[in-house]
Design a protein. Structure first.
Lengths: 63, 311
């Protein structure tokens, strides 16, 4: 015995998968646009990562 | 396992909408509105996309705490008329799924808000979810008639988070917006409890109406409404207040206090005779009260650049 392709169960499952697809695509789009906005706003590109980063140190007075 | 048992096992197959319903979209709309108000009235401009992303994260975080609430409260939701159609008590979504959705979305919302805006806002959102799910839902709701009072703090955080998104901190203005919702919650919910008492009695939730009776609840509504007024008016004296807000707040508080006095003077015979008409009216007005306070704050900030805002 096989499921009838038009079973209500399949429709509901398909709708759920479609919804999840939309959510995931939306999330990817949001992260992409957020990255563009963050980069174009000129936020810090570097952060502390346990190694010496001269670009992150503030120059001493008189230098 | 036969195909017949397969069909039976999946009879409660949830639709996408059931997962959306787990996030309590109606509560979410209030969260979105107050968070947006907090963000708009803040004195720091935010990039529109970062503002959109932040509000989305706050909404998802609020929704996640709703899912956690449905996970824990599925037993009492099943006996209350108002909540028995929810996805978990109706059997469309399992408790485990509600818990998984709640935890996953909480983590996502907090981390994304931290990355999009700042970690102060993200920390406040994390605390809000914890407060609603653990302090209110798991701990207080079933143990004290003051559940609504302390639990109301969870609903009061969104404007503070919105403010933190813009400013990266907490200030007197954001604290007063918190206090406005915090003090508003008890009279709002107790008015609801007055005409939905049977539900809470059936579920064994120690609402004030169940533990102390309706007369005491009417007194509590009046006291909280009187305490709320100076808090609401205090916002008018801050940097985000002004004549528009002051005038709006004066009128709304006068009407709210009058409504509370009317409820306080009524007894159960009168209320039963007109099917709790005054209580229902007070409940509906409480929604308008909060909405118009935040609208007035936003109007105040919009007219400020034209020299019409502030003091």
């Amino acid at each position: 015995m096989s499921f009838h392709p038009e079973h209500e169960l399949h429709k509901r499952r398909f709708g759920r998968n479609l919804g999840l697809l939309a959510v995931l695509c939306g999330f990817v789009a949001l992260v992409f646009v957020l990255t563009i906005v963050k980069v174009s706003e000129g936020g810090k590109m570097e952060a502390f990562d346990h190694s010496v980063r001269p670009s992150l140190t503030t120059p001493e007075a008189g230098q | 396992m036969t195909d017949a048992t397969n069909i039976y096992d999946h009879a409660g197959e949830p639709s996408f909408g059931d997962y959306v319903a787990l996030l309590k979209p109606r509560v979410m709309s209030l969260v979105v509105f107050t968070a947006l108000a907090g963000l708009i009235v803040a004195p720091v401009a935010v990039h529109p996309f970062i503002a959109f992303m932040s509000i989305l994260c706050i909404a998802v975080g609020g929704g996640a705490s709703g899912a956690l609430n449905m996970w824990w409260d599925s037993d009492i939701d099943a006996v209350m008329k108002r909540t028995k159609g929810r996805p978990v008590p109706s059997g469309r979504v399992t408790r485990q799924e509600a818990l998984a959705v709640g935890l996953a979305l909480s983590g996502f919302a907090v981390v994304m808000l931290g990355l999009a805006a700042n970690w102060v806002a993200a920390g406040l959102l994390a605390f809000t979810i914890f407060f609603y799910a653990v302090v209110y839902t798991i701990w207080l709701k079933r143990s004290t008639p003051q559940n609504i009072v302390i639990g109301g703090a969870a609903g009061a955080f969104p404007p503070m988070i919105g403010w933190a998104v813009a400013t990266g901190g907490v200030s007197i203005e954001s604290v007063l917006m918190f206090v406005l919702i915090f003090m508003w919650t008890p009279p709002h919910f107790w008015a609801l409890a007055l005409f939905m008492n049977d539900d809470y009695t059936k579920a064994g939730v120690p609402m004030l109406t169940v533990t102390h009776g309706r007369k005491a609840t009417r007194v509590h509504i009046l006291v909280y409404t009187l305490l709320l007024a100076p808090m609401a008016l205090a916002l008018a004296a801050t940097s985000i207040g002004g004549p528009v807000y002051l005038a709006t707040s004066l009128v709304l508080n006068a009407l709210f206090i009058l409504g509370a006095i009317r409820l306080w003077r009524r007894d159960e015979d009168q209320a039963g005779a007109d099917k709790y008409a005054a209580e229902k009216k007070f409940f509906r007005f409480s929604l308008l009260y909060l909405f118009l306070h935040f609208v007035a704050l936003m109007v105040q900030s919009w007219i400020a650049p034209f020299g019409l805002g502030g003091w």
